[in-house]
Structure formats: structure tokens, C-alpha cells
Design a protein around this ligand. Structure first.
Ligand code: AMP
Ligand code: MN
Ligand code: MN
Length: 322
């Protein structure tokens, strides 16, 4: 796929990522927009996202992101619209902009979106991140420190700083090239990935303290309810990282973390080590993701949700002879 060719005749280019934007989503959208603005300084290039965490404000272009809401509903049509790090159904309010654009491009690495939702699709479920795919698509001689920092951040976040099995030699080669542009890469990861505010740490502590081991210690589960979130004045974005911390527990194959989005409705995050395909489990409940990291929204009490999920995780463990 040649994105320069696709955008050549466009006047207005839009870019959107998934709701509850993570590091890869912000990095890939901003990396792509910085690149397109550099190649086509005369064109209008706009990024649309649900409000991302301020942790990402060090990335160039962050302050120009159009936050989903009323302004988006009044936005005129685009000539080209990119959905990055998701299919069109997870663009939130920007889905309309995607659907009404003359040309639609989908760049994604979610196995649950293997077919792609654009007129042009660049989908690779083997890729570590959407940022790695954007790196593959852009011309190397146009790279600079700002674009490199955005893409490096995205790759580092989706690979858990190069630890998860989605990390490939290609991922490391991309990262090696990106750090050659000379931005402060250890500082960037410290600031956007590891650093937590005091309340973020406190609420993570609560989730760990109240976690439970189920399925004979092969699965760990925990949740945070609305009342606790209101007490600590946190949003879902502040709970990122809890599920990965749970999964570090010795002997655990799966980790489930969920937080209440409204009464009897939870945003569920699933992680696994090596046997359970959590994307398959999430898809059963209308969600999706990757083999080792997936998510969905589920209704019921915490116990209903855990009962519904554990049947499928156990089934897969039994099939794997574990
Ligand atoms: P999360 O637990 O929300 O951090 O999500 C883990 C992975 O699954 C990320 O790559 C998400 O983009 C993906 N994911 C989460 N929820 C969904 C969903 N409803 N549909 C498709 N992918 C999802
Ligand atoms: Mn993402
Ligand atoms: Mn991603």
C-alpha cells in the first residue's frame, strides 16, 4: 500500500484511532499525521480521538488532536480518512467521518479485524503494533525525531517495552532505526509507560489487594467499581497497567481486570501467558484484540462476568491439556 499515492489528490485528510486510546493508538495516529503534514504541507491533516491521557502530551501534535464530541459531528467530509489501530466500528464519533470519506484506509494489527474495514487495508495481525505498520508504510527519508518518537512510543507500549511475544526481529529493527534519530527514548518510556500518579498507584494497590485466584490458581481476577473510581477521582485511562501487573503473578495463565462503566456494566481486559487465546474469548462477548491481550464490554455483576469468562478460558486450557 502506498499512502503518498492514496493521499496525492486529497485536500482534507482525517485520521482516527480507537476509543479509550492507548500508547499505540496515540503514537500511530500522531506519527502518521506528522508524516503526512511533512510530505504534504499544503494539505489539511486532522487527528480525531477520544481524550487521551495527558501522559502522551510530550508527543508532537498532541495539542492539535480534535477530541471526539460536538465539534466532530459538525466536521465536513474528508477526501481520505484513516482508521488506525482499529476497525471503523471502534472509532467512536469519528466513525461517521470514516464512512462518509471518499477513500477509506484501515491500518491495523488486531486479529479480530483481519479483513479490514477500509477501501484500502493494511492489516497484519503478526505486527507488534499499529505504529510498526505505520513505520513500514512511510518513506524512510522523511523520518525525523518527532515522527520517530511517536512511533517508538507506540511500539514500546504495545510490546510492554519489547517483552511480549508480539515482539519480532522486525519490531526490534524498526525500534533500532527509530532511536537513531536521537530523541530521549528512555525518558519517553519512563514518562509515558512506567510513571504513575500517586492515585494511579493507590488504586492499583486496591485492585491487587482485592484480587482473587480462581481456576486452581491459573487465573487471577480483580475489579474496581464506580464508587472507588469516584473516590480516587480516576477514569478508565488511570487503570491501564493493572491487568499486566496481575498477570505477573507466578503460576497464572490468565488475568482478568474489569472496571464498572455504569451500573452492572464492565469494561473487561484479558491477558494470557501462552495457552489461552483471549481474543477468541473476547469475541464471544462482542469484543476482540490479540491472542495474548484482548478486551470487551460485559453486562452483569462482577461474579456473572467472571463465571461467563472462566468457562471459556477453562475450556481452552483443557483443550491445551493444561
Ligand atoms: P485493553 O484490555 O482494553 O487494553 O485491550 C487489549 C487489546 O485488545 C488492545 O489491543 C485493544 O485495542 C483490544 N481491544 C480491547 N477491546 C476491544 C474491542 N471491544 N474490540 C476489539 N479489540 C479490543
Ligand atoms: Mn490500541
Ligand atoms: Mn495496537
Amino acid at each position: 500500500m502506498n499512502i503518498v499515492k492514496i493521499c496525492k489528490d486529497a485536500k482534507r485528510i482525517g485520521i482516527g484511532g480507537h476509543i479509550r486510546p492507548d500508547g499505540d493508538c496515540v503514537g500511530s495516529c500522531l506519527g502518521l499525521s506528522l508524516y503526512l503534514k511533512k510530505v504534504f504541507p499544503e494539505k489539511e491533516v486532522k487527528v480525531f480521538l477520544e481524550k487521551p491521557s495527558d501522559h502522551f502530551s510530550c508527543i508532537k501534535g498532541f495539542k492539535d488532536i480534535v477530541i471526539l464530541g460536538r465539534a466532530v459531528r459538525e466536521e465536513p467530509d474528508f477526501d481520505v480518512f484513516f482508521a488506525v489501530d482499529c476497525g471503523s466500528e471502534r472509532l467512536g464519533d469519528a466513525e461517521r467521518l470514516f464512512k462518509q470519506a471518499k477513500v477509506t484506509v484501515n491500518i491495523d494489527h488486531h486479529i479480530s479485524n483481519a479483513g479490514g474495514t477500509g477501501t484500502c487495508n493494511y492489516i497484519d495481525p503478526e505486527a507488534s503494533s499499529a505504529s510498526e505498520l505505520v513505520y513500514e508504510l512511510i518513506e524512510e527519508d522523511m523520518l525525523d525525531a518527532d515522527i520517530a518518537a511517536a512511533l517508538y512510543m507506540g511500539i514500546a507500549h504495545d510490546t510492554g517495552v519489547f517483552r511480549y511475544s508480539c515482539t519480532s526481529p522486525k519490531t526490534m529493527q524498526a525500534a533500532a532505526k527509530l532511536i537513531s534519530f536521537g530523541f530521549d527514548f528512555p525518558g519517553l518510556i519512563e514518562e509515558t509507560f512506567y510513571e504513575k500518579t500517586y492515585v494511579q498507584n493507590q488504586i492499583m494497590g486496591r485492585a491487587l489487594l482485592e484480587s482473587m485466584m480462581i481456576m486452581n490458581g491459573r487465573c487471577i481476577v480483580s475489579y474496581i467499581d464506580r464508587k472507588t473510581m469516584e473516590f480516587y477521582k480516576v477514569t478508565g485511562a488511570d487503570l491501564e497497567g493493572i491487568v499486566s501487573q496481575l498477570k505477573l503473578t507466578k503460576g497464572v495463565e490468565c488475568a482478568v481486570f474489569m472496571y464498572e462503566i455504569r451500573s452492572l456494566q464492565y469494561k473487561v481486559s484479558l491477558r494470557s501467558s501462552e495457552k489461552v487465546d483471549v481474543a477468541k474469548v473476547a469475541e464471544l462477548f462482542g469484543g476482540g484484540g490479540h491472542k495474548r491481550a484482548a478486551g470487551c464490554t460485559m453486562n452483569g455483576t462482577f461474579h456473572d462476568v467472571i463465571n461467563n469468562l472462566s468457562v471459556h478460558m477453562e475450556e481452552q486450557l483443557e483443550e491445551a491439556g493444561a
